[in-house]
Design a protein around this ligand. Structure first.
Ligand code: 2YC
Length: 296
């Protein structure tokens, strides 16, 4: 998992309206709409009204390599942009988690060096960023491609995000080929899908050949310079959740408007919408007010 830097994220929260305009031009939906599509939520407009009543708290975590300056504020900015009642706790770590509970947060988001998770404490459920990011980018690719059912999709990178990308593609009935620089990882992922989904995916062994025979591509690698201009045609669409972006600048020029790539936004949007789905599925009954030991 690539650790983001302050440089990667510091401008995000000031460019969200412009990013929404790009997403609408590329997929027909905004960040909220893509997040809702990833979480299987229905009508985004009805959902937007509900969002403002859901309090979310982002807690800075100082363990391991410590806080990334601007990380919690950026996550919070994305949530506020989507219409949630979101805040960054004043305190970090355990004190920050306690503060989040004290202010009535229904969703608590926090990341250490290994995982970025949205917690739904009242429902006893969690949403993992790797899986949410995969579902968000696959939902976006689906919208760019006008559906993925029966379509051939190439997945580059068979790490945690790549695995959940394959799951999301299979759920959309795509025909999947995976490539990884370590052939064993690609073969292991193919074995997992056979065992878990009773579905065969194809393992590609030659990157250039795989790229030249696919128009729909998900770059889930953490390598730069993987997709070159020679691999891009007018039908090519790329969803690139990996950091750094694996698409060269010349390929990005050719792809203009048919790329999805960002370091945090789509993943956070999908996490938040998945958390809403959890809360809606398991609304916690309000505890009756208790007075002098008797319910009132
Ligand atoms: O500021 C903080 O609370 C830090 N503990 C945050 C550390 C995030 C480390 N993870 C990453 O940089 C990203 C995730 C956002 C998803 C994958 N890598």
């Amino acid at each position: 998992m690539t650790r983001l830097t302050t440089d990667d994220i510091q401008d995000i929260r000031f460019g969200l309206n412009a990013y929404d305009r790009y997403l609408v031009s590329a997929t027909g939906r905004s960040l909220l709409g893509i997040g809702a599509a990833a979480a299987g939520l229905g009508d985004v407009h009805r959902f937007r009204d509900a969002a403002s009543s859901i309090r979310m708290a982002v807690v800075p975590i100082g363990s391991g390599l410590g806080v990334i300056s601007g990380f919690a504020e950026t996550v919070c900015g994305i949530l506020v942009h989507m219409g949630f009642d979101a805040l960054v706790t004043r305190y970090s770590d355990v004190s920050g988690i306690a503060e989040a509970i004290d202010v009535g947060a229904q969703v608590i988001l926090a990341a250490d060096d290994d995982r970025f998770v949205a917690f739904c404490p009242r429902q006893g459920k969690t949403v993992d960023n790797s899986r949410a990011t995969a579902t968000g980018f696959v939902a976006g690719l689906d919208l760019m491609a006008g559906g993925l059912d029966g379509k051939r999709v190439l997945v580059l990178g068979c790490g945690p995000v790549g695995r959940w990308v394959v799951e999301a593609l299979l759920m959309r009935k795509a025909i999947v080929t995976v490539v990884d620089r370590l052939a064993k990882k690609a073969e292991g992922l193919a074995g997992w899908t056979r065992a878990v989904f009773q579905t065969t995916i194809h393992v590609g062994f030659e990157l250039g050949q795989a790229l030249s025979t696919h128009h729909l591509i998900v770059d889930a690698t953490n390598a730069a310079g993987v997709i070159h201009a020679r691999h891009v045609s007018t039908d090519t669409r790329v969803a690139a959740p990996g950091m750094p972006c694996g698409i060269t600048s010349k390929a990005r020029e050719k792809l203009a408007g048919r790329i999805l790539h960002d370091p945090l936004q789509i993943g956070v949007a999908a996490m938040a919408c998945q958390a809403v789905h959890i809360i809606r599925e398991q609304p916690v009954p309000l505890r009756p007010a208790v007075h002098d030991g008797k319910s009132v």
